[in-house]
Design a protein around this ligand. Sequence first.
Ligand SMILES: O=P(O)(O)OC[C@H]1O[C@H](O[C@H]2O[C@H](CO)[C@@H](O)[C@H](O)[C@H]2O)[C@H](O)[C@@H](O)[C@@H]1O
Ligand code: MG
Length: 270
Amino acid sequence: MTELEKLRPSDAAIRHLVRRLVDEPDRWALFLDIDGTLIDLAATPDAIQVPLSLRSDLSAVSARLGGALALVTGRSLPYADRLFAPHRFPIAGLHGAQFRGADGKVNAVVETPAFADIKLRLLQQTAWMEGVLIEDKGAAVAAHYRLAPAYDKALEQIMRAFAEEAGPDWVLQPGKMVFEIRPSRADKGEAVASFLEEPVFAGRLPITIGDDLTDESMFALANARGGKSIRVGSLSTETCALAKASSPSAIRSALATIASTSADRTASAS
Ligand SMILES: O=P(O)(O)OC[C@H]1O[C@H](O[C@H]2O[C@H](CO)[C@@H](O)[C@H](O)[C@H]2O)[C@H](O)[C@@H](O)[C@@H]1O
Ligand SMILES: [Mg+2]
């Protein structure tokens, strides 16, 4: 059974996507979220598993698209790079606040002493909440409650207060079993807009694929530019994505198919 045949009937948008990317590799640019989109969610941030083939499939798809593939993630740049080493893709980290274009140049918000102090006090104030994990990402911080769901409201209150104290350069970013404080300078939509100004991406239509609230801004950007937006997983909240995919596994199957389909075998992908 081929990777495409493994897809569920509800993954029609993914089959269509594969056809588009195989048939028209010069027309599209691909923007991919990481957690919950490329990689299955796990109990803790460090418990994720990156399938070995995903790295090489991403690299092959990127080559096929002439390099017009970028990762757009809430993770920090160094963390995301480690996940896909030895490959290094154009990437936006911290939900858009860190940016490395196709030319390799990095533009990133740096943490201030005041923000470092907030992170320290956040650790102290949540130390009693068994199961709550604080993920220090430099200029952003995430408070995870996947292992302690009873603390969601208490944690939201604490994070809201710290986000307010941090001032207008930071903003509260809710996500899947997590509250984050991230730089407000750029969101994922603005990051995708910046990529589209680079020569490698310019003139192409954006395809954005994500699974969470933070991805809504890049869905909206893709919709406004005549591209495609795909939300992965079950929809517990409203989304402006125009299509859906059942799971990260469906996205990986699509990438594997594109990676292994040579240009003269286009017809077999449909
Ligand atoms: O924008 P993304 O690439 O999807 O990153 C969003 C956040 O993902 C991570 O947290 C989420 O995934 C964890 C691992 O599966 C899971 O344990 C957690 O509950 C999820 O919220 C990551 O830890 C964050 O830093 C990212 O911002
Ligand atoms: Mg995600």
